[in-house]
Design a protein around this ligand. Structure first.
Ligand SMILES: *[C@@H]1O[C@H](CO)[C@@H](O)[C@H](O)[C@H]1NC(C)=O
Ligand SMILES: *[C@@H]1O[C@H](CO)[C@@H](O)[C@H](O)[C@H]1NC(C)=O
Length: 222
């Protein structure tokens, strides 16, 4: 509504010359979806949050502590992501940025193929050796990879499937900034084989050109 008013105002002010229509970019959603409702009493505010009165803001609204501590990598994939987004730092609301620490177990710990629907990622390795990469969209699906050492920085463009894999025999550590207060994560294997409820195995059998028994086996793993 406000946008429409602004356009009319711009037309009015510019009427002596011409009516210019400015095009604006939609703000990216901060959640997977937000079904419109007419009665706000039945609404919930998701990642967008309400704002605190600025006069009441305190240092702790902009603070997080503990990113010096490694995450526990004793799990199936051998990695652990410690997230510092608007959920941990309320002052990040509307600022379009967040941070993670990622720990990788020695010899093959990995942050498995995943995508951030709302953010580009810039990652710096501080310890260890990582094989990283991302795949471009259809139809090229080009794989772009690099081996990273401490001090190396790599970018994963918004929405593209990417991964990091510890090819060294020591633990690895990386930090990454993301261009969203809540970039979201879709881990491909979990989403495809571990959805709740399960995707009909016939769909996955054909989509991945797999034996149906293998599909149901994969579904049982996630
Ligand atoms: C990540 O590490 C934290 C801290 O050690 C632990 O509480 C959490 O369960 C770990 N997450 C996974 C997925 O292993
Ligand atoms: C890491 O997680 C594993 C599995 O949950 C657990 O056995 C182990 O004690 C944890 N290690 C630390 C340091 O918390």
């Amino acid at each position: 509504m406000k946008g429409i008013h602004s356009i009319f105002l711009a037309c009015f002010l510019a009427s002596a010359f011409a009516c210019f229509l400015a095009s604006a970019f939609d703000p990216s959603p901060l959640q997977d979806f937000c079904v419109a409702i007419n009665d706000p009493n039945n609404g919930v505010f998701v990642s967008g949050k309400f704002c605190k009165d600025p006069k009441l803001a305190v240092a702790d609204d902009f603070f997080f502590s503990g990113l010096n501590k490694p995450g526990n990598t004793s799990n199936r994939v051998g990695s652990n992501v410690t997230t510092v987004n608007v959920g941990q730092i309320p002052g990040l609301n509307t600022l379009g940025i967040s941070l993670v620490r990622i720990d990788y177990a020695p010899n093959g710990g990995q942050n498995p193929p995943h995508t951030h629907p709302r953010g580009t990622e810039i990652l710096v390795v501080v310890q260890g050796t990582l094989y990283v990469g991302f795949v471009t969209s259809n139809p090229e699906n080009r794989l772009i990879t690099k081996i990273l050492y401490p001090g190396d920085v790599f970018v994963f463009p918004i929405g593209l499937i990417h991964f990091q894999y510890n090819v060294g025999n020591t633990a690895a550590v990386a930090f990454a900034g993301l261009s969203s207060q809540n970039a979201g994560v879709i881990t491909i294997a979990n989403a495809v084989f571990g959805s709740n409820p399960r995707i009909n195995p016939d769909v996955l059998t054909k989509a991945f050109q797999l034996d149906k028994n293998l599909v149901t086996h994969l579904q049982s793993l996630f």
